[in-house]
Write a new protein. Structure first.
Length: 531
């Protein structure tokens, strides 16, 4: 039998045979869902007893989106009209002949649709509709991930898929998508083309290997137009070229993403992706982010710090504490940062989970002593006391005589008032001020940072919305913890002082005796030199 379709769809079908994990990045309304359904049907026809899971994100996006996708799936499976292909109620196993479109959509939305292709010997292959969640993709078989850029828990979904693909060479995974609006979405780093790649206009689109190592076929509006896919003026309805459509578009950035298939840097992430990546590239061999699941890991981190600290440079320590060790809890994060002129380098970020405050303080003390022994004594340790105030107060007293400890409460107003902020609403709080300074230095390419992936992911979780910095907890408990310890380390290193001396010990002792912490003021007062 012959399959009709667009040139890019047919090329993608060939691609999915050659590569076990394959993505189609195509313009909006190209027929990505229809093409994916055709791939599922052909796989059922070729392989007896095989299961294809058709994952749909639109099940979470409203009834109109569901009905639209259901129609596209119907179109994809309607190619074969004989008794070998049956539509079945997955819940009851009952065949559902000649479903009306509205009933089909309702069954699709209820996750009760299953398509069965019958082979000789009373054996059938099937395609089963599932929701795109990590829990739903646990069944083995081929997986089609439709509209991947809209999947909310995309990283978890891929982490659930990958073990099944790697275990059995017969299983494949097909993604369809349009470039995401937010460059923090995993689909961006997975499927974006290499920088500078030339892709000439071609009816089949272009095949490339992404920066993330995945094979991708991209079909832009220009490619589709060359294949006969028309565009029409949104006002007059007359045929229009892609170039003219872009000229007429009010939001050209959206057009470039939705029709030009461009992976655009943007979204709401607080830290610029390109600048962060550049800082991490500079950090290869110079910086490290180490997760400590054991004392041995921590000793390895200390060995790295001893080897990569630069004696004589101004040094500061930022600490974002967490006194739990549950799987979903956020880890403690500690960053050591050094400064040379306008340049900052963070030779070590270390993370751990523990509910033992004694262990946490022992590790803090080890870091402080390591810096001092290497000839780079830390000026101070800035710790987040927003939700761990008692712990940080006790930590400050525990480290008294070793290092000045500043308790930083995110919502407290910075005093004296730093320049550049509106004072009409009471000034700026510590979280906004320290985050603005940290992001600004990274954007100005003044940072050298650890190259590890977790460090990047943690930084990119933080968003800036309405002048405020916010962060959603990731599945592994990360709450932008490396970002927080990084901004606090910068605060620690940019203050005055060269480390601890007798005068500072006496000053700190007087501050503690005055119970400054209970009045809501920071443990170490800021001066104009801090700004």
């Amino acid at each position: 039998m012959s399959f009709k379709g667009l040139s890019g769809q047919r090329a993608f079908e060939r691609d999915s045979k050659a590569h076990r994990v394959m993505a189609l990045v195509a313009r909006r309304q190209y027929g990505k869902t229809t093409g994916a359904a055709r791939i599922a049907l052909k796989k059922m026809m070729r392989q007896k007893g095989h299961t294809v899971l058709f994952g749909s994100v639109k099940l979470d996006l409203g009834r109109e989106m569901v009905r639209k996708e259901a129609d596209q799936v119907r179109e994809g499976f309607a190619i074969l009209k004989n008794q070998k292909l049956q539509t079945v109620d997955a819940q009851t196993g009952q065949q559902l002949p000649a479903l009306k479109p509205e009933v089909f959509a309702e069954m699709y939305e209820a996750l009760r649709l299953e398509f069965r292709y019958h082979h000789p010997g009373n054996v059938y292959s099937r395609t089963k509709v599932i929701a795109l969640t990590p829990e739903a993709v646990g069944e083995t078989g081929d997986l089609i991930v439709d509209e991947f850029e809209r999947v909310k828990r995309a990283r978890e979904v891929w982490e659930a898929i990958e073990p099944f693909i790697s275990r059995d060479p017969n299983y494949r995974c097909v993604f369809t998508l349009t470039p995401p609006e937010d460059d923090r979405h995993p689909s961006f780093e997975m499927f974006a083309p290499p920088v500078g790649l030339e892709m000439p206009v071609h009816p089949e689109g272009n095949l490339y290997r992404s920066e993330g190592g995945f094979w991708v076929r991209m079909v832009t509006a220009l490619d589709a137009y060359a294949d006969g896919v028309q565009m029409f003026d949104t006002d007059t309805g007359k045929p229009i070229t892609p170039e003219a459509a872009r000229t007429a578009a009010r939001d050209k950035t959206a057009w470039d993403r939705n029709y030009g298939c461009k992976f655009l840097i943007g979204g709401s992430a607080a830290v610029d992706l390109m600048c962060l990546s550049a800082a991490q590239e500079r950090g290869i061999g110079k910086c490290a982010s180490v997760y400590c699941g054991s004392d041995r890991d921590f000793q390895r981190a200390m060995a790295w710090l001893r080897d990569h600290l630069t004696p004589g440079l101004a040094t500061g320590i930022g600490y974002d504490p967490a006194t739990t060790e549950k799987k979903e809890s956020n880890p403690s994060s500690l960053t050591v940062t050094q400064r040379s002129g306008v340049e900052f380098i963070s030779p070590l970020n270390v993370l751990w989970k523990t509910r033992d405050p004694k262990l946490a303080r022992e590790r803090l003390r080890s870091v402080v002593e390591c810096c001092r022994a290497k000839g780079a004594p830390a000026r101070r340790l800035c710790g987040d006391a927003t939700s761990e105030r008692l712990f940080m107060e006790e930590t400050r007293q525990n480290l008294l005589g070793l290092i000045p400890v500043m308790l930083v409460v995110a919502g407290e107003t910075v005093a004296p008032h730093p320049p550049g902020y509106d004072t009409s609403r009471g000034g700026v709080n510590y979280k906004t001020w320290t985050a603005d300074r940290y992001c600004g230095e990274i954007t100005d390419n003044h940072y050298t940072l650890p190259p590890e992936y977790y460090f990047k992911k943690s930084h990119r979780l933080v968003i800036k919305s309405g002048g405020r910095y916010e962060c959603e907890v990731d599945t592994d408990g990360d709450h932008g913890d490396t970002f927080d310890s990084g901004r606090l380390a910068q605060l620690a290193v940019t203050g005055r002082g060269r480390g601890l001396n007798v005068e500072e010990i006496l000053s700190m002792t007087r501050a503690v005796a005055g119970a400054v912490d209970w009045s809501g003021e920071p443990a170490v007062a800021l001066t104009e030199a801090d700004f």
